[in-house]
Design a protein around this ligand. Sequence first.
Ligand code: WTA
Length: 688
Amino acid sequence: MASTDSKEHEKQLEGWFYPSEEIKSEAYVSSMDRYKELYQKSIDDPAGFWGDIANEFYWKVPPSKEKFMQFNFDTREGKVFIKWMEGAVTNISYNLLDRNVEKGLGDNVAFYWEGNFPGDSKQITYSELLSEVCKFSNVLKDKGIKKGDRVAIYMPMINELVVAMLACARIGAVHSIVFGGFSAESLAERILDSTCKVLVTADGSYRGAKLIDLKEISDEAIGKCKDQGFTVETCIVVQHVGGGSGNGTVSPRTSPVAKKPCPPIQTNFNSAVDCWWHELMSCASDKCEPCWTDAEDPLFMLYTSGSTGKPKGVLHTVGGYMLFTAVTFKYVFDYHPGEVYWCTADIGWITGHSYITYGPLANGATSVLFEGTPFYPDSGRFWGVVDKYHVSKFYTAPTAIRALMKFGKAVVQKYNRKSLKVLGTVGEPINPEAWLWYYRTVGDERCVIVDTYWQTETGGHVITSLPGATPMRPGAASFPFFGVVPAIVDEHGKELEGACEGFLVMKQPWPGMARTIYGNHERFERVYFSKFNGYYTTGDGCKRDSNGYYWITGRTDDCMNVSGHLLSTAQIESALVEHDAVTEAAVVSCPHKEKGEGIYCFTTLMEGVEFNEQLIKELKQKVRSKIGPFATPDVIQNSPGLPKTRSGKIMRRVLRQVAKNDKKIGDVTTMADSSVVDNLFHNRPHVD
Ligand code: WTA
């Protein structure tokens, strides 16, 4: 690059970008002044602000003004609690489906389903979705599921996944969705923790050219539960890839790429436990009176990584989550009726829960539900789908953007993309290079980028830009959403003012915030409220600049963010030490071009064991089978000694420097044996 160009490029990376007049003229919030006005109202008068939003929904018993927001964040004052609109009575599936059908949206498409194979697609309208949800609600009731019971869902990205979750919501059951990339062991651990009597799965799913045998993994998980003395009574199986002997309504998926049907898979069928979805649905009634739930009744739980390794079942409740996902969806994507929206996340993560299912449906939106990957059949797939459905609001992760960048512009420019208006990003800090590529190459410098910072625990966007209002800075999550009061504190919990850097915390709840960790409120208090008294601790570092923009700098705990997925170092370490050859393991993150953070493992082996390719393979396999393929280590280094303090604590900060190959290791006076570090640098494997 010529030096003037590169200067220009650098200026751009640090630059300011503004929404176009066209975007502003359509936007619900079209200036920073208007944003500030609405934000102030949301803080000064939560009951008034959220009351107006609540009025757009149906309540059997409306929320009372006095009970909008009740909370205690300070463990010194007693138990931590968060309640919104307690005593109000509603049903979220009724609000997402029946209410929209009554409004005349019944024939509108809720989802355009786009399968892994181009050409394999279908759609489902609001009326059809309502009828399917009622039917599956009756199926679940028939299987003995009652209000408050937990139902595990382990499914690919198909319409039936949305049906299953909304059916749970309709009858007051609590869904616990486990991402389809998790291993049998992880699935079993989650089923056991929440004691789910019913598991809903599918015969399999194609991701690119690869078939994932979800049923086999489910069977293995059910077996593991049994070994622990817990019986999964029913496993309901969607026949999606045409597997098994069931008299299926689904024909085997056809791959236009291979120009032949995908080979049917053999699905084991244990008639004592397994039922085919289509058989149960064919005789279920399509009418089901919703279960009227309190705003504070549980809606779902979703496991997220914790520093100790044991996943936390983050619990969300009905009323506040409904309001918050609906309103963030509307304002952050500036969604207008008739537009087509597409979030490429998997419903198995919080992004899919809030911004594929709940938020869009609460707004009567039309979305794309995509089963495949960005690279299949080639790396133009995203843009082909955008053109096919005229997507105007598009939401993806920095890791996908970085992975697509390396294929160059041409494959993007082959597609029209004129329908696009707002491009969202989520999951990890977006590096300015990726931001600029998204802005220029995908958005043709015409679209707005919204960088949305949030967490499984926050339920929805908490720091974000708004399309028509916020001047954009590449890499800045920008400003708090309505009702959210962030602060930055130092390590003593002292609030910092003005431009500063420290720990990101929240001073008061917003409606979509998690209420507890399922079955372990004490852990909820400890993890999120004990580090800084009176604040919710996000676990992220953050900078605030002199213009008031918030810039997330990354995790400050023992979690890492790999391709936008949170993983705990402890979880990977415990998988590694399960291998007979390993006596000790320490895991840290390392910079990774595509994934954002990679997984770098240091292992100390038993005396006499040889460190070789075969062992590396086995160790990687161990982690894959304990957690899932997305947690596969990038580097495993043989480490006869680990840097430890005199009290025996592993010094991860030193290991992070080794992983980065950066010799600035700082103060090591507390280290028991500093020669260890030289050896680690010396024996570093060659890493790209
Ligand atoms: C990170 C995903 C910077 C952050 C919705 C957070 C982000 C964790 C952003 C939560 C963003 C998410 N900028 N960092 N826009 N969005 N993160 O629970 O570290 O899977 O704590 O929820 O992802 O991950 P989770």
